[in-house]
Ligand binder design. Sequence first.
Ligand SMILES: [Zn+2]
Length: 802
Amino acid sequence: MNFMKTRPVFRPDTRPVLRLLCLILTVCSTSMLQAQVVSNEKYKQEDKFRQLEEALPTPNEFRTASGAPGEKYWQQQADYVIDVELDDKLQKVIGSEKITYTNNSPDTLSYLWMQLDTNILSFDSDAHLTDTSSHLGKVGYQSMQQLLAKETFDGSMKIAAVRDKEGNPLPYTVIKTMMRIDLPRPLETGQSTQVSIDWSYLVNDSQSRPARTGYEYFEEDKNFLYEIAHWYPRMVAYTDNSGWQHKQFLGRGEFTLEFGNFLTRITVPDDHIVAASGLLQNPEEVLTPEQRTRLDQAKNAKKPMFIVTPEEAKKNEASQSTGKKTWVFQADRVRDFAFASSRKFIWDAQGHQVAGNEKPVMAMSFYPNEGEPLWSKYSTHAIIHTLDVFSKYTFPYPYPVAISVNGPVGGMEYPMICFNGPRPEKDGTYSKRTKYGLISVIIHEVGHNYFPMIVNSDERQWTWMDEGMTTFLQFLTEQEWEPDYPSRRGEPRDIVDYMKGNYQVPIMTNSESILQFGNNAYGKPATALNVLRETVLGRELFDYAFKEYSRRWMFKRPTPADFFRTMEDASGVDLDWFWRGWFYTTDHTDLSVENVRQYLLETGDPYVDKVRRKKERDEEPESLSDIRNQKLPKRTDKFPELKDFYNEFDDLDVTDADRKKFEDHLKELKADEKKLLETQNYFYMIDLKNLGGLVMPVILKLTFEDDSSEMLRIPAEIWRLNNQSVSKLILTEKPLKSLKLDPHRETADTQLSNNEFPRTISKSYFQLEKSKKSKNEMQKLQAEKKAAAEKAEPKQEQEKTE
Ligand SMILES: [Zn+2]
């Protein structure tokens, strides 16, 4: 999902509740972490480099300690044959499916669990009942519409029949967004079973009941555009680490699904164009000869080609056809299936050879004329660019098509197909935000094919595993689109405000309990991976390890531990401190250069050292008392006989004894020891403090007296004995003028003022504003009267010009 549209707005009045929630979560997460913290009341410092093994699940034959799938790794298989009709009169989905479920687990299953995720759109869904609200003040018309629709629209799934292979009814129980089917005989390991389900439901109007699926109604031409997802009863995942995934759908935690093959027959009005997960099996039945020719030409086209032109789509809008057509699609090795249908669709396509692939991929976009001129210009280009860049960092895109659809859903991903919202204004102009919003959301949603559609993490539990990784690769992809592409997330400096705030929970928090969803599950993990790549591991090591993770878990089901372990296993670097800090805590980076002390080597020669010390003493500033006492008469002036040897003796004068002692010392020294006395280096002790808690590498720019500079990169392990303050001795050949921590802002350091030594005066600008006096009620009334009078008697000249 893309989180641009639904960014949470912070409402002050919800704060007590949220604070309480925050408190509970903090307690939970710290107690979980405390299990691994060995109490040390004396040293009072947490061990930020303690190994994560104690927090991660014990490796086993399914998942190894290296983070790879184990020797006995298994996952279930769910194959679907689905017949579905989209009723354009009632906006209704009527379906019938046959699921072949294969139990590859070592366990015997006496029942199956299904997800009925459209039940989230019933009046009594947990999502609706547990939704906490803020006060009602000014409410937008659309918000009011949505508020009422929650009480009146029932989009839940009506189950008509559940049968076994022979057609006998099977007992089933619907529990909110899930359904249990009791099997007549337990399903043993290695066995398959077949279940058939008939169902229907009303599609939600995206205007009044927005979701990850829905229809859009176009008043002007009286047409519908459907984006249909989580529309059929889907097998709940059964895994080695969680058993059945029992978390109900509350709206945020997305989907945890099984891989399988789909044969889907979609019946729609015969003037509709359908886009779907998978390859179209019957083009000769649903496309015109001209469309088929164009589609064939598009396979080798150098740029996107229209299969349905804007003019044809416009013409189609006026159609009143009552016939039906069935579009047949086959999708293999997918975890889900989604489709879109409308008579308003323009369709463009371009075949593209992704490096490392045997067959070309067909990149396609479907959009109404309302999406023009933006969509034909950018959508298919953005798909192809995404496939190229994501494949480079993971694995070659394995599916035959990649589709981007414009409709009412702001940004949502499914296998091979995604729904993206941005459109230009009615006059065809668009803002910079809309342009880049469109390119970015397409990159993001097409990118989700890799995470979680192929690297099949548990979205309902860990949002960061798909959103964070996709947002990270989205950043890399955007930066390869054009120079200085305005990416919203990825650069460390962009996460600073979030990282220093209190209203947050660790990344390792269940999807439904996350505070500041976009920052927590998208921005922070994406930034963390970028920091890991640029600052901690370097591009070569990171890219190797990340690719290894992607390939190990391609078409499999990784957990966070598998990711953490693989990244260490393949890079050869202990990163437990990094996962612990960035993923398990809310610490932030705030390193400070507190002080820099210079040390000079004494020569031992009294003619050098004592003379210098004397000079230093003599140059010491006089105290105020000394200055004021100078004029006071002294007793020794009055009685000179009180003076003796010590009144003349200066213990910093060089004596014969000093000279002899030095000569004797030199005689004792070996040649190489004598050489050390002549060392020309400068010794500096740099005192560093860690104020934010997060242990991070120390990146220092050293500027010398001659204005030359040098970078010093110290690994985070500098903090392993003391994670609050350390002193680092450095040797330089030239005298140092100044120091700057993190000059390229690569560590998300939240406070820049303490990064420099010596400190500099911070600069910012302020503005002058002229105060505006608002009209009083009498003045407003007079103005209204004047305007009304002018309207009633328009001036003669004005009439002429009109
Ligand atoms: Zn997403």
